[in-house]
Write a protein that binds this ligand. Structure first.
Ligand SMILES: Nc1nc2c(c(=O)[nH]1)N[C@H]1C(S)=C(S)[C@@H](COP(=O)(O)O)O[C@H]1N2
Ligand SMILES: [Mo]
Length: 387
């Protein structure tokens, strides 16, 4: 089976519609377009001239320069990095994953035990829940993750009745002040048991075919495809099943979206933990292509199949963009729109994603009132100058 057949099959599996395929047939893959030799990028005039991504450094966060996205898989060296405490070095040889709480069979698994379990691999892209226009969407990446099923492990351990919440603790720790009380706290996130049991949730020890790098949670992290990055607990040390909601910082205080909404006919300020990725696309690069231009970007969401990605130039009609056929259910979807006859001067370019349920990525004006900095999924108009 050729590589093309393979990616086509993957994409069909992911539910990309056949018409999206018909549209891409015979066109070069997005990634090949992006790699065109001697490619010249049109400058974004909405971006500071000196905008650069910082080099990866120990203990620091890292974001990428979204103009430089040229491959379906983000190289491990450039994948964004966020941690709220330290970056613990966990010795792989003595590593043990503890499974505790409301299970019939508590466990302690070595890395070898985990690797001996059936292996699964998934392409998944995600962004930090705080990713935004400020960093030109640089807190983002897409990788092939290798690991083993969380649900299968939980089933083997036997979750007891009443066990409704699965909590994931990392090895990283830091000081927290909670109502004037100082404690040293571990990074922790949780999921409802029904989400934790979903087929695609995995304990990942590989990233793009390499051992999981230190900065991304070596030797083991949780990977929840279709969810914001915060769900993917790095340096995973303990999984705990309990019968109450977990109220740690990253579930109950931080990464909580505050949004004005109507609850049973009453207007309320809803406080909601950041979970599934909201439907979002963004233009990130505009290279010259022969006599025309390519308008390139990405789509992320929770894995719901897409109906279309569209681009509008200077407020004109929405035009269908081509989706990279290498895309899979949970990967990011890179897209390209071929822009012909661009006239010299400044132009406004914007993309929007539409899913199979007819959900359309919102304009900034149509976004719900949402004063926190989480979940920035509005359409992002970009400005370029054609010389
Ligand atoms: N243990 C641990 N896991 C963590 C975090 C953390 O601070 N500690 N940060 C989370 C957040 S907020 C994000 S966005 C992702 C980033 O994953 P990456 O650094 O591999 O891109 O990791 C998540 N997992
Ligand atoms: Mo994050």
């Amino acid at each position: 089976m050729s590589e093309h057949d393979n990616s086509r099959r993957e994409a069909l599996k992911s539910g990309l519609t056949l018409s999206a395929f018909a549209a891409t047939a015979g066109l070069p893959f997005w990634s090949k377009l992006a790699f065109a030799a001697g490619e010249e990028l049109v400058p974004f005039t909405d971006m500071p001239a000196d905008f650069t991504a910082p080099p990866v450094a120990p203990g620091a966060i890292h974001y990428l320069d979204s103009r430089a996205i040229t491959s379906f898989y983000t190289p491990n060296e450039d994948f964004y990095i966020i941690q709220h405490y330290n970056q613990p070095t966990v010795d792989a040889a003595s590593y043990r994953l503890k499974l505790t709480g409301m299970v019939d069979k508590p466990m302690e698994l070595s890395l070898a035990d985990i690797k001996a379990r059936p292996k699964m691999e998934i392409d998944a892209g995600f962004e930090c829940g705080g990713n935004s226009e400020r960093l030109f969407q640089g807190l983002i990446g897409n990788a092939r993750w290798g690991g083993t099923s969380l649900g299968a492990l939980l089933r083997e351990a036997g979750v007891q009745s009443g066990g409704i919440e699965v909590v994931f603790f990392g090895h990283d720790r830091g000081p927290e002040t909670i109502r004037d009380i100082n404690v040293e706290q571990s990074f922790g996130r949780s999921m409802h048991i029904s989400d934790a049991m979903l087929d695609d949730v995995m304990l990942a020890y590989e990233m793009n075919g390499e051992a999981l790098p230190l900065y991304h949670g070596a030797p083991l992290r949780l990977l929840v495809p279709g969810w914001y990055g915060v769900a993917n607990v790095k340096w995973l040390g303990q999984i705990h099943v309990q019968d109450t909601r977990f109220m740690g910082r990253f579930m109950a205080r931080d990464y909580v979206t505050l949004q004005k909404t109507v609850v049973g006919g009453e207007e309320r300020w809803e406080e909601r933990s950041v979970t599934r990725i909201q439907l979002k696309s963004s233009i990130v690069r505009v290279p010259k292509a022969g006599n025309g231009h390519n308008v390139m970007g990405f789509v992320l969401n929770d894995g719901t199949p897409l109906r279309a990605v569209e681009v509008s130039i200077d407020g004109g009609p929405w035009q269908a963009a081509t989706i990279d056929p290498a895309s899979t259910k949970y990967s990011w979807k890179l897209f390209n729109y071929t822009w012909n006859n661009a006239t010299p001067g400044e132009h406004t370019l914007v993309s929007r994603a539409v899913d199979v349920n007819g959900k359309v990525q919102l304009t900034p004006d149509a976004m719900p009132e949402k004063p926190t900095r989480w979940e920035n999924y509005a359409q992002f108009p970009r400005k370029v100058t054609i010389s």
